[in-house]
Design a protein around this ligand. Structure first.
Ligand code: FES
Ligand code: FE2
Length: 371
């Protein structure tokens, strides 16, 4: 439940890392981000001497101000002055034991690979040697000019609940039905069937709806849904796809949403959400205004807070999955083939019956090996 290791995760806007170190927790590991000479580094946030976090410093007034660097290329613990090499985590000096301290070179703390792309700091936690960071970033973001608006927040709930919520096909039809973001857009259907596809060489999993029913009669209950007048509108042609280790891509007419669900610990995740418009010129400026004046608040805050309420309240397994959870089953199978695990991706059959879904769901949900 602590996340899929062996992937690059976006954790912080690069501009947020200045002279002060920033402690973060990623996949259950506490680390500290440090900028030195313009480059970002990450070390285990625990001094090997007595276990003090490297990110803390008492300050002259004892008020816990942020630590200062003593020598370039290193970081010094604020307690007794053990000094670590930023690249390797090796202890290069124990300042309070003199230059000939015999412990130098004999102690090492974990250092983590860090890269800066798209204005974000990406950190790699894992055992398998890191691939280039570009392998874990959508290609189009690296190659096309674009505007990216985004926010990073810490949310309650395991990363797996959040990631599965993102690919959960049924919930927008109910949870988000009355969201302000949905006003003057085509209402979600009452229900539909879907099949799974694995576009872009299997990097993504997407669900493709068919047999769409905008409303229906529920025997003995009546017609559903009843749409208020302000929830009628134009087309709502969005395409949703997910990829490892937990990134959702929602292609909307005119722009694309990319979101990462970054594991912190068993009860929290970091939600990195972006809205991207590719291209240049006036259209880009128009989108920038649309983002800052409307979308950031109505979509990224209000709409996605509806999901946050559910993710915070979730408690599973046990669970009973139903037919529209096919996309969740597909995602869980994808996780089984995650980097460092080495299993092939199996495709759940399209149009799978409810019993098969239930079985697959129990298997995927009960084994607790989603990371
Ligand atoms: S605890 Fe870090 S130097 Fe002593
Ligand atoms: Fe949602």
């Amino acid at each position: 439940m602590l996340g899929l290791r062996n992937y690059w995760y976006p954790v912080l806007w690069g501009r947020r890392l200045g002279k002060r170190p920033v402690p973060i927790t990623l996949c259950g590991e506490r680390l500290v981000l440090i900028r030195d000479g313009g480059r970002a580094y990450a070390l285990q946030d625990r001094c090997a001497h007595r276990g003090v976090p490297l990110s803390i410093h008492a300050g002259p007034l004892g008020n816990g101000v942020s630590a200062r660097q003593v020598f370039p290329g290193t970081w010094t613990c604020g307690y007794h002055g053990w000094t670590y090499d930023l690249k390797t985590g090796t202890l290069v000096a124990a300042l309070t034991d003199g230059p000939d301290s015999p412990i130098c070179g004999k102690v090492r703390i974990q250092s983590y690979p860090v890269e800066e792309r798209l204005g974000l700091l990406w950190v790699y936690v894992g055992e398998v040697g890191p691939p280039p960071v570009e392998d874990d970033i959508p290609q189009e973001l690296l190659t096309q000019p674009h505007f990216m608006g985004g926010r990073i927040s810490t949310r309650e709930g395991n990363w797996r609940y959040a990631t599965e919520n993102a690919i959960d096909e049924a919930h927008p039809r109910f949870l988000h039905r009355e969201a302000v973001w949905r006003y003057f857009k085509q209402p979600a259907p009452a229900w539909n069937r879907s099949r799974l596809e694995y576009p872009e060489d299997g990097k993504y999993l997407a669900y493709i709806p068919y047999d769409v029913h905008r409303e229906d009669d529920y025997p003995g209950l009546g017609k559903w849904p009843q749409q208020p007048w302000y929830q009628h509108g134009g087309r709502n042609a969005q395409q949703i796809a997910i990829r490892l280790p937990g990134m959702i891509r929602v292609r909307q007419p005119g722009f694309t949403i990319y979101s990462w669900f970054v594991p912190i610990d068993a009860q929290h995740h970091r939600y990195v959400q972006t809205a991207v418009k590719t291209g240049t010129g006036p259209r880009l400026w128009a989108f920038r205004a649309y983002y800052w004046l409307y979308m950031r608040w109505v979509n990224q805050h209000m709409f996605n807070s509806q999901d946050a309420v559910m993710i915070r309240g979730m408690d599973s397994p046990p669970e009973r999955l139903f037919r529209p959870d096919l996309s969740i089953i597909g995602w869980r199978m994808m996780c089984e083939a995650a980097r460092g695990r080495g299993k092939a991706v199996a495709s759940p059959a399209a149009g799978v019956g409810s019993e098969a879904v239930e079985l697959a769901g129990v298997n995927a949900g009960s084994e607790g090996r989603q990371g």
